[in-house]
Ligand binder design. Structure first.
Ligand code: HEM
Length: 274
């Protein structure tokens, strides 16, 4: 059969394998893929995100003495709360913006702005989160940056900052040439998932470290599994589950914006038309 190229009409967009598509061309036919609508999944994920924030806040309030901004252990408590809320929950939400079905139609610019704004909000929480732990260490004369958690955590925040700046410069500023945006997009997508994984690993290692520091003696020794340890271990699992579900949602082909609409290589992104 003669294709469009042979008929002189230029290249046609590459379509996805028909075997995975339903009659609408977007939803899975059921072959090899769990059929699941995105919005109920999103509600479930939102509930899980709220649970992560509630658990980390309750842990710090109930067992670690609450919150203050005075260099004490209560100042440290802002660190887990702000890091989990910012770099896991808000950042996870930012990653999923383009999976919302209503973002597939119409101009893409508002969704880009929302994506960038949510990531920026995550960063704005992470900064005081880091200030809290560094000030706590300085006030007590504890050395900085000695643990695996601190190296992993700082690497995550640095990568996150580079990702945000490069994304802003490439996708939101009008000067970036189309070829550069097309070249950078897969890199941005790859690091987006990697950074989320690193943030989850940082949280899990941080929770583990805090429990080892805090639960040392008698009936509250970590090895005796006191209620605090059960609670904080559960928090770690919730964070892990949240991260895995976000990565799973990002990887599902049927929840992706149709490629023909999403490779935005022709116009500057701040032009009126997009
Ligand atoms: C994405 C999330 C996180 C990042 C990026 C991160 C980053 C960091 C960094 C850079 C430090 C070093 C501070 C210093 O050396 O003065 C640190 C310390 C610390 N963090 Fe986190 N953190 C995260 C989440 C958590 C969570 C959820 C906890 C749970 C309690 C936690 C517990 C700790 C503890 C106990 C320290 C002090 C000991 C040490 O330096 O390793 N962190 N964190």
């Amino acid at each position: 059969m003669q294709n469009a190229m042979q008929m002189g009409k230029g290249p046609v967009p590459v379509s996805r394998p028909l075997t995975l598509r339903g009659p609408c061309g977007r939803c899975p036919s059921g072959a090899g893929m769990l059929e699941l609508p995105f919005l109920p999944f999103c509600a479930l994920l939102g509930g899980l995100g709220v649970a992560c924030v509630a658990f980390v806040s309750a842990w710090c309030q109930q067992w670690r003495g609450g919150f203050a901004w005075d260099g004490s252990a209560r100042m440290f408590n802002w660190h887990p709360v702000l890091m989990v809320t910012g770099l896991v929950v808000l950042y996870g939400a930012a990653a999923l913006v383009y999976r919302l079905p209503f973002s597939w139609r119409g101009p893409k610019l508002p969704w880009k702005v929302l994506h960038g704004a949510l990531a920026l909000a995550a960063f704005c929480l992470a900064v005081p989160g880091l200030v809290a732990v560094f000030s706590f260490h300085d006030a007590r004369g504890t050395p900085n940056m000695y643990s695996l958690h601190s190296w992993l955590g700082l690497a995550t925040v640095l990568l996150f900052s580079c990702q945000w700046l490069a994304g802003f410069a490439s996708f939101l500023l009008p000067w970036a040439p189309a070829w550069l945006r097309a070249l950078y997009k897969p890199v941005h997508v790859f690091f987006g998932s990697t950074i989320l994984m690193l943030a989850v690993a940082s949280c899990v290692s941080g929770i583990n470290e805090k429990l080892f520091f805090s639960l040392k003696n008698g009936t509250t020794a970590y090895a005796r599994l006191p209620p605090e340890a059960v609670f904080a271990n559960t928090l770690g699992l919730l964070i892990l589950l949240f991260g895995v579900l976000v990565l799973w949602a990002l990887a599902r082909p049927d929840w992706k914006r149709p490629e023909a609409d999403s490779v935005d290589t022709r116009q500057p992104l701040l032009s009126a038309e997009r």
